[in-house]
Design a protein around this ligand. Structure first.
Ligand SMILES: Cc1cc2nc3c(=O)[nH]c(=O)nc-3n(C[C@H](O)[C@H](O)[C@H](O)COP(=O)(O)OP(=O)(O)OC[C@H]3O[C@@H](n4cnc5c(N)ncnc54)[C@H](O)[C@@H]3O)c2cc1C
Length: 290
């Protein structure tokens, strides 16, 4: 049962941060409420004061500025999956959004809420890491930019300070000779394993940049630099022959745990399978564009 709480409705980010500073651990930001209210109803967490940020204007926009897509933290999954700018600039992101949860959760749930809750079985963090995204955090007195890789500290824990809000997610547009894929596997409502891959080539078919990230299998999403190092500097054919090894490394790096979503060694294996498929998907997209 949901216990009584007070609702604050600030109209600016600074006011919301000031409320967090004033009420401390007894308060929490409330966006779509899809995670927060569920956990409160189940008695897993309790707050005396919820700070509804949905009345703060300007935090639910998607804009393109100097080659960077800027997504307000309060943008819902539903509007992201249908956003024409996102579809054009970052199709892999729109695709990932379409496959989150169910339509009811996507209608209410925000991208910011997903990232700030840091539930391990979530998709966006993994993809944002390979896209080179930056997360903007703000409080009364300051603003800072956090690389997606630095944002997640552990399961349900981010590097946000107690009075900081996530306000925006900034994603550079994907360069012309590059491709991105995000694939996931699962049999429950939330994913068991997620894998993101970004590859960029020069004109001579050499991979100039490779980014690999794994998520859902362990407590937090993470980049796998060792797998990236194997693929970088290789031609597509050479890299293809190294995918088995790159996948094994990524599987180990996922820090998989056994839970309802699958056994750790199974999840580790799936990481390798998804890496091969993501690589093939990017190559296919690339040849269909050529
Ligand atoms: C049934 C179900 C299935 C799901 N399946 C998936 C899935 O397949 N893949 C996936 O990725 N996710 C999945 N999710 C998670 C879903 O994406 C999140 O529930 C949703 O995005 C959370 O957003 P919200 O706005 O409702 O957050 P809220 O519930 O309002 O908040 C969540 C947490 O984030 C904090 N918070 C929110 N916004 C901010 C902010 N701007 N700054 C600071 N702190 C903030 C809140 O204080 C709270 O602690 C699923 C959820 C459910 C309930």
């Amino acid at each position: 049962m949901l216990r009584r709480f007070r609702l604050e409705e600030p109209e600016t980010v600074k006011d919301a941060s000031a409320l967090l500073a004033r009420y401390g651990e007894a308060s929490r930001i409330y966006a779509g409420g899809t995670e927060l209210l569920l956990a409160m109803k189940e008695g897993l967490i309790q707050y005396e004061r919820l700070i509804n940020v949905k009345k703060i204007p300007g935090l639910d926009r998607v804009e393109l500025e100097n080659g960077v897509v800027r997504i307000g933290a309060l943008t819902t999954h539903r509007s992201l999956e249908n956003d024409p700018l996102l579809r054009q600039q970052l199709p892999a992101f729109g695709q990932m959004e379409r496959n989150i949860a169910n339509v009811r959760v996507r209608e209410m749930g925000t991208l910011g809420g997903n990232l700030c809750f840091a539930e391990p079985h979530a998709d966006p963090g993994t993809l944002l890491m390979v896209l080179g995204a930056k997360l903007m955090a703000e409080k009364t007195s300051s603003k800072r930019e956090i690389a997606a890789e630095q944002f997640f500290v552990d399961a349900y824990e981010t590097c946000l300070e107690p009075d900081e809000l996530l306000t925006e997610i900034r994603i550079p547009s994907t360069p012309r000779r590059a491709g991105v894929a995000y694939l996931k596997f699962g049999y429950l409502e939330r994913p068991s394993v997620g894998l993101g891959l970004f590859l960029a080539w020069n004109g001579a078919d050499t991979i100039t940049e490779a980014r690999v990230a794994v998520g859902c299998a362990g407590p937090k999403p993470r980049r796998v630099e060792e797998s990236e190092g194997l693929l970088k500097g290789k031609t597509s054919k050479e890299a293809s022959a190294l995918l088995g090894r790159a996948g094994e490394i990524a599987g180990r790096a996922a820090d998989a745990i056994s839970d309802l979503h699958g056994a750790a060694d199974y999840k580790q294996h799936i990481v390798g399978v998804l890496l091969k498929r993501a690589f093939q998907q990017i190559l296919q997209d690339r040849s269909s564009k050529a």
